[in-house]
Design a protein around this ligand. Structure first.
Ligand code: DC
Length: 211
């Protein structure tokens, strides 16, 4: 397959990570989980004892991020998701992470990019763009299952409140807000199994490749 970039954007726990991973495996493409970058920044700011509202402190953490330091279970927690969303509002943080993400997108063979602004900002020229959604209730249930399996004691209502707060912050921010690219295909996974969702995603990508 010649260089081919697939962007998979959407809100928290919509299924985009699972879909991006499945597409990467199917097409033999590397997958960028860009949320992990913002999670690393959020946790990094807190580890330094700095304030997540401090754009300069957060940008300094973003600028010093090492790709090899991303495999940290602390980045997968509920608190890290919230910290990431807060760090991600700062344009300086987004700017500091831009070159790494663009370089990933421009690899010779192509890539699958998972995030919020992959199709709108990081790779607007990508030939295949998905915007994955699901109802907040379904997303809360999925995230709750995931967090419970990781050993986090939290109720589904608390997870739903987290998700609604994050949706509002991620969609309402001025810098690269969460929104579908004009040429993205919407995929609502609320009523779908993982197999159905990945199959639907594959068909969207195949149609984009054919077109
Ligand atoms: O996909 P995730 O839940 O791991 O993302 C965590 C937060 O990071 C999300 O609430 C907003 C931010 N984020 C972003 O602003 N842009 C991205 N491309 C990816 C994530």
């Amino acid at each position: 397959m010649s260089a081919f970039v697939i962007t998979v954007d959407g809100p928290a726990a919509s299924g985009k990570g699972t879909i991006a991973t499945a597409l990467g495996r199917l097409y033999g493409l590397p997958v960028l989980d860009s949320g992990l970058l913002y999670r690393a920044v959020g946790v990094g700011v807190q580890r330094r004892g700095a304030d997540l509202d401090d754009a300069q402190a957060a940008a300094a953490v973003a600028a010093s991020l090492k790709a090899e330091a991303l495999d940290d279970p602390d980045f997968r927690t509920r608190a890290a998701g919230e910290a990431a969303s807060r760090a991600a509002v700062h344009p300086q943080v987004r700017q500091a992470l831009l070159a790494f993400q663009r370089a990933f997108a421009e690899q010779p063979g192509g890539a699958v990019l998972d995030g919020r602004d992959m199709g709108t900002v990081i790779c607007p020229q990508a030939p295949a763009k998905l915007f994955v959604t699901a109802t907040p209730e379904v997303r809360a249930q999925r995230r709750w299952r995931q967090l419970s399996a990781q050993g986090e004691a939290v109720s589904q209502d608390e997870v739903l409140a987290d998700i609604l707060r994050r949706d509002e912050r991620d969609s309402g921010r001025a810098a690269a807000p969460l929104r579908p690219a004009d040429d993205a295909v919407l995929l609502d996974t609320s009523e779908m199994t993982i197999e159905q969702a990945t199959d639907a995603a594959r068909r969207i990508v195949e149609a984009a490749r054919a077109g």
